[in-house]
Design a protein around this ligand. Sequence first.
Ligand code: PGA
Length: 254
Amino acid sequence: MPAKTKRPIIVGNWKMYKTAPEALEFVDKLKERLATTHADVLLAVPFTLIREVSQAAAHQDHLEIGAQNMNDASEGAFTGEISASMLKDAGATFVLLGHSERRQYYKESNEFIHKKVKRALQEGLKVILCVGETFDEHVEGRSLEVLEEQLLGCLKELQPDDFEHIYIAYEPIWAVGSGKAAQPQDVAQENSAIQAIIAKQWGENAGNALKILYGGSVNSENAKLFFNEPMIDGVLIGSASLNVADFDKIISQT
Ligand code: PGA
């Protein structure tokens, strides 16, 4: 499989943090920095911030705003849920799906995530699909088996062209929020395996088009190591994306 040339993709996942004034201050500062960086920056923000933040980010090259979740139905009597078309209407260009916190705390299955992936693509949203193994699966040497099950389960029935609109974020669960990032060379190996699984199922072109990120305790100290790996197209960052100075230290390393 050929190594990829790249413009690094940096996704900030704000989780359940920030009010509108905090978010707008962050984006104003971030915009000043983007002119001198060599990255595509995506911010996955809470639903309540999508409209205002995407308006603030409008006309800014290399900055996109998206959501952290959505419902699989197009509309309906689903109290408290948000649809893909609502996200688009608010200004989102992408949605994060299958994050380990959603799988863990809200019991989201591969089947449910699969329905969301299909709906998101149908509505024209780019998808960042998170996959990753638990610590026990990791030490038992079952990582690849788990990744394959998640990828095939969440992406089944897709067409090869769909992979132009999908990023995979490899996020080992033991590395998310733990302060213990995986080793970049191990991630590169897992990413090659992910690319091979996609290529086997959907063809070489799909495998080559696919962008594969790494997430889990990325910070300003270790980010460069991930940017340097040809098999890692970018990073998904949680806690280090909340403070604009920390985030800036990361994006300025691209
Ligand atoms: P972290 O979170 O960077 O705080 O480990 C990553 C994520 O949740 O995607």
